[in-house]
Design a protein around this ligand. Structure first.
Ligand code: FAD
Length: 263
C-alpha cells in the first residue's frame, strides 16, 4: 500500500539517554506542529531500503513541552527497535502528524483517585500525566489537581530499569497528590535494593488497602506487559472494580512461551 508522504513529519532525535543496554529515552523534535494530550501515543517509523516500518510509542513528555519524549525498550529481532536503537542525536526518523489514543486521565467519571500500574516502559503515559498535573499545580491557575490524587506502582525485574525513578520520587516528595512505589521482581540479583519487592500484581491488593482506594472512587490504569494487565484486571474485577473504571494500554500481545508473566 502506498502511504501519502503528507501523513509524516521528518522528525529528528534531539538527544538520547541510555538507561541500560536495552532501554533508552529519546527526545525528538517531531518536525512540525504536533498536538496531543497526556497519555496519547505517536507513531514513529524508519524507512530502510524502500521499506517503511512504524510502531506506536506513548509520549512520556507533557503537551506543555516542545520536544516529544519516549521510553523505548529494545526487542531483539524486532522489526523497528534494533534500528531505532542505532539512532544518535541528530538522527532522522518519521513521525505521523497525528497523535492517537484514549488512555487519558479520567476526568469525566467523578472518580478522583487514579491508580497507575505499569511495567518498565509502560510508565511513559503516567510520566506524561504527572508532568502535566505538576505543571498545572505549580501554575496556580489550573483547577488541577483539585481533589485528584495519583498513585503509581511500577514493576521491573531490576532497579536500573526504572528510567524515571528519580523524577517520580521527586514529585512524590513534593506533591501531596502523588505517590510513587517502584518494585523489583528479582531482588536476589541486587542485595542493595531496599525498596518494595514482587510483581505489580502481587502487590496490588496490599496497596489498594494501604492507600484506601475504593472501586467507586478510583480509576485504574494498566500499561505495559500484557500479562500484568490481564492479572491486574482480574484482581481489580474480583475487588468490585467495574469494567469502565479500568483503562488499559497493552504494548504487545504475549507470546505463548512467555505466558508465565511480566517482571
Ligand atoms: C499504544 C502503544 C504504545 C506503545 N508504547 C511503547 C513505549 O512507550 N515504549 C516501548 O518500548 N514500546 C511501546 N509500545 C510497543 C511498540 O509499539 C513496539 O511494539 C515495540 O517497540 C517492538 O517493536 P519492534 O518492531 O522492535 O518489534 P516487533 O517486530 O513489533 O515485535 C517482535 C515480537 O516481539 C514482541 N514484543 C513487542 N514488544 C515487546 C516487548 N516490549 N517485550 C517483549 N516482546 C515484545 C511482539 O509481540 C512480537 O512477537 C507501544 C505499543 C502500543 C500498542
Amino acid at each position: 500500500m502506498t502511504r501519502s508522504p503528507d501523513k509524516y513529519y521528518q522528525a529528528r532525535v534531539l538527544d538520547r539517554r541510555d538507561v541500560s543496554r536495552d532501554l533508552c529515552i529519546l527526545r525528538i523534535d517531531p518536525g512540525g506542529p504536533f498536538e496531543y494530550r497526556a497519555g496519547q501515543y505517536a507513531t514513529l517509523g524508519l524507512e530502510q531500503g524502500g521499506v517503511r516500518t512504524e510502531r506506536p510509542y506513548s509520549m512520556a513528555s507533557s503537551p506543555y513541552e516542545e520536544a516529544l519524549e519516549f521510553f523505548v525498550e529494545l526487542v531483539p529481532k524486532g522489526g523497528l527497535t534494533p534500528s531505532l536503537f542505532q539512532l544518535k542525536s541528530g538522527g532522522a526518523l518519521l513521525c505521523r502528524k497525528v497523535a492517537k489514543g484514549r488512555f487519558l486521565i479520567d476526568l469525566r467519571s467523578g472518580r478522583t483517585n487514579h491508580l497507575l500500574l505499569s511495567t518498565v516502559t509502560g510508565v511513559a503515559p503516567f510520566v506524561s500525566y504527572v508532568r502535566t498535573v505538576y505543571r498545572d499545580w505549580n501554575s496556580g491557575t489550573s483547577p488541577m489537581p483539585g481533589k485528584h490524587r495519583f498513585f503509581c506502582l511500577q514493576g521491573a525485574s531490576r532497579s536500573f530499569e526504572f528510567g524515571y525513578r528519580e523524577e517520580l520520587e521527586r514529585y512524590g516528595s513534593e506533591a501531596p497528590w502523588f505517590t510513587y512505589v517502584p518494585t523489583v521482581s528479582r531482588p536476589w540479583d541486587e542485595p542493595h535494593w531496599s525498596g518494595e519487592t514482587g510483581r505489580v500484581e502481587d502487590l496490588l491488593r496490599k496497596y489498594t488497602e494501604a492507600w484506601r482506594l475504593r472501586p467507586n472512587e478510583t480509576t485504574a490504569y494498566l500499561c505495559g506487559h500484557p500479562k500484568m494487565i490481564e492479572n491486574c484486571r482480574g484482581i481489580l474485577e474480583r475487588a468490585q472494580w467495574k469494567k469502565e473504571a479500568v483503562l488499559e494500554e497493552a504494548y504487545y500481545q504475549a507470546a505463548i512461551k512467555e505466558a508465565g508473566g511480566p517482571a
